[in-house]
Design a protein around this ligand. Structure first.
Ligand SMILES: *[C@@H]1O[C@H](CO)[C@@H](O)[C@H](O)[C@H]1NC(C)=O
Ligand SMILES: *[C@@H]1O[C@H](CO)[C@@H](O)[C@H](O)[C@H]1NC(C)=O
Ligand SMILES: *[C@@H]1O[C@H](CO)[C@@H](O)[C@H](O)[C@H]1NC(C)=O
Ligand SMILES: *[C@@H]1O[C@H](CO)[C@@H](O)[C@H](O)[C@H]1NC(C)=O
Ligand SMILES: *[C@@H]1O[C@H](CO)[C@@H](O)[C@H](O)[C@H]1NC(C)=O
Ligand SMILES: *[C@@H]1O[C@H](CO)[C@@H](O)[C@H](O)[C@H]1NC(C)=O
Ligand SMILES: *[C@@H]1O[C@H](CO)[C@@H](O)[C@H](O)[C@H]1NC(C)=O
Ligand SMILES: *[C@@H]1O[C@H](CO)[C@@H](O)[C@H](O)[C@H]1NC(C)=O
Ligand SMILES: *[C@@H]1O[C@H](CO)[C@@H](O)[C@H](O)[C@H]1NC(C)=O
Ligand SMILES: *[C@@H]1O[C@H](CO)[C@@H](O)[C@H](O)[C@H]1NC(C)=O
Length: 526
């Protein structure tokens, strides 16, 4: 392919990193958020209390025991390069009493170069993908819901839960690819049971345009919430008009229209909260469904950046399917909340238009990124890679042309598509890369990728820690050609799960989102 696969780091460079990286530890008293609020993170023994500042002074959200781990930078000395990319960081260490002050353990660490990303703008604990899986497993096993009284729906879910956990054997389904799933048997059984069992009740309350108006959100980067609502409302099999039969209750609002309607010119996320609170007060006063479970069998599907914050307090018990999934923010809880894919829908009449890309051997561009300079990370990416290396096509926003042709051509012709976080952890590039069959390279610490509970993301995407931007090319070059080809193949295999169809089809994005919510509901039943 002429692009130097298999290139490895020199020994000296390894040694250099070993020396520097080892010494660094990331525990800081002050964490600065994008919107300028300060989070103070107080560590005591194994308990971490994080207080989340909201965007106004009105209130704050807090999560106890959000995570009890301390992250060390990746240990490059002990891992060969094929390991290096494989897991963004396996070096998660549990936080113990004796380590309660990082500065005492590594007093002479020179933080300035290695933690450039962190020291510049934002310093948070980084949760690796493998640690996210541990948290998910732990939460699924322990965060069970306790309804005030049991319903028939609960018993049906309990039965489904046992069958899923016992899903040792299922016959092959040639439309599914086991290698992109963590456990294909469990997924298949769960999906089948969803088709057979699941009934969703959609609240009729709520005024347009904020509620019940999916047709206004079918295009652009928040379109996931519009497409989901549209397809949920028109579903023949998953809806019930009898709330007593429902396993799930859908709160059919659009986070995009909420902001656009109530707070079009403001950055004050708190401003939209009372509207949602009133809604919850209304439905919980009128019916007893909310009170039965404290809202935990209710769900929302919201893609706007504000969605996590606006729902954190009064809808925080719901299953929140949101695009902006920062595991360290807004009370995002793995095993309760789910990651909604952000999709940039360009052609609502035909969302599959322009699908696909070149085979690996016909992708002349090694790595590609283009985008606006939102957030702190992209300027760092550009500083290291813009016009630095002919194989690294890293740009600011490309000139606007019809159909974004320049941009989509790059995606179809690149081996790796860089998905660098913008203002928030999520970016439509992740799904775009899959759409154009380009291996996604996710640079966004603490981002929980879509369908995380079932897909094996590390089998088809590369996760590069933000601090490793200077080594981006080296990390990508260290992926052996054989491994790259396998990842590319898997991107194609997983693609069907990230497609909208005008009429939903089995295993497509609509069904996968619904499945994430179902799977979460099932796991939490007691
Ligand atoms: C937040 O608090 C600061 C300082 O206490 C004050 O200057 C600012 O006006 C407040 N903002 C709002 C939106 O209340
Ligand atoms: C935020 O939480 C802290 C700690 O619980 C509390 O002291 C403070 O008063 C809260 N701020 C507001 C505005 O509720
Ligand atoms: C946090 O941990 C303490 C002690 O380990 C426990 O008592 C408490 O219930 C936990 N809080 C949450 C919200 O999990
Ligand atoms: C790198 O690690 C992998 C997995 O641990 C192992 O299979 C492989 O042989 C190692 N390669 C080298 C060159 O040590
Ligand atoms: C961290 O602690 C948990 C529970 O105490 C344990 O299951 C896990 O193996 C530990 N992880 C590491 C990396 O030591
Ligand atoms: C830390 O590293 C920076 C950049 O490499 C350097 O300028 C500075 O002198 C170093 N500080 C110490 C204490 O070694
Ligand atoms: C689990 O599978 C075993 C073996 O197929 C079966 O005997 C058992 O009844 C199953 N349990 C449940 C709860 O379905
Ligand atoms: C998948 O899950 C089932 C049910 O828990 C389990 O029996 C099976 O061993 C798992 N398969 C793999 C490959 O982990
Ligand atoms: C649900 O609980 C709220 C708060 O306790 C209460 O105001 C409301 O009347 C309850 N709803 C019903 C239907 O009883
Ligand atoms: C596409 O982008 C490349 C890189 O910025 C630029 O050289 C080229 O002129 C662009 N083409 C169009 C049609 O904008």
């Amino acid at each position: 392919m002429g692009l130097g696969f298999g290139h490895l780091l020199g020994i000296q460079r390894l040694a250099y990193f070993g020396g520097v990286v080892f010494a660094v530890i990331i525990v800081l008293q002050y964490l600065e958020f994008r919107y300028g609020d300060v989070i103070s993170s107080l560590f005591s023994a194994s308990k971490i209390h994080i207080t989340y500042g909201a965007s106004s002074n009105g209130s704050n959200y807090s999560t106890e025991n959000a995570t009890t781990t301390l992250i060390l930078p990746q240990n490059r000395l002990n891992s060969n390069m094929s390991d290096t990319y494989k897991s963004a960081s396996n070096s998660v260490r549990n936080f113990t009493k004796s380590e309660s002050s990082s500065r005492d353990i590594f007093p002479s660490a020179n933080l300035s170069d290695v933690t450039e990303v962190h020291s510049k703008k934002r310093t948070v604990k980084v949760v690796s993908v493998s640690e996210m899986r541990d948290i998910l497993a732990h939460n699924r096993a322990s965060h069970l819901m306790k309804p005030l009284w049991a319903s028939r729906a609960d018993w049906e879910l309990l039965n489904a839960k046992m069958q899923i956990e016992n899903a040792s054997f299922t016959k092959d389904d040639h439309n599914l690819y086991p290698s992109v799933f963590h456990n294909i048997s469990m997924f298949r059984r769960s999906y089948e049971l969803m088709e057979k069992t699941l009934k969703v009740y959609i609240y009729k309350e709520g005024e347009k345009p904020i509620f019940h108006r999916p047709e206004a959100v079918m295009k652009g980067i928040y379109a996931s919430e519009g497409w989901f609502m549209m397809q949920m409302k028109s579903s023949k099999i998953f809806i019930t008009k009898k709330p007593k039969q429902a396993h799930l209750f859908y709160i059919p609002y659009s986070s995009k229209l909420l902001k656009a309607t109530l707070s079009p010119n403001s950055y004050d996320r708190e401003s939209v909260v009372p509207y949602l609170k009133n809604y919850i007060d209304m439905i919980s006063g009128r019916y007893n469904f909310w009170n039965r479970t404290g809202g935990s069998d209710h769900f929302l599907v919201a893609c706007h950046d504000w969605a996590p914050d606006e729902t954190a307090r009064f809808m925080g018990t719901c299953i929140r399917a949101i695009c902006n999934t920062d595991i360290q923010k807004s009370g995002f809880e793995l095993g309760k909340d789910v990651s909604l894919p952000e999709t940039n829908v360009r052609y609502p009449q035909n969302p599959l238009q322009n699908l696909g890309g070149k085979p690996p051997s016909k992708r002349p561009v090694f790595a590609f990124f283009a985008g606006k300079m939102h957030g702190y990370l992209r300027p760092i990416l550009l500083r290291h890679w813009e016009n630095k290396d002919p194989e690294m096509k890293i740009f600011k926003r490309l000139p606007k042309v019809k159909d974004d042709k320049n941009y989509t051509d790059f995606m179809k012709n690149s081996k790796f598509c860089i998905c660098a976080k913008g203002s928030e952890v999520n970016s439509p590039r992740v799904v775009e890369a899959i759409f154009y069959e380009c291996v996604p390279v996710i640079i966004s610490d603490n981002f929980v990728p879509p369908f995380f509970e079932v897909l094996d993301w590390e089998s088809f995407a590369v996760f590069v820690p933000e601090k490793d931007i200077p080594d981006l090319k080296t990390i990508l070059l260290s992926i052996p050609k054989k491994r790259y080809l396998q990842m590319h193949q898997r991107v194609k295999e997983v693609q069907q799960h990230f497609l909208w169809h005008v009429k939903p089809v089995k295993y497509d994005m609509f069904h996968m989102i619904l499945h994430s919510i179902w799977y979460t509901r099932v796991a939490r039943v007691k």
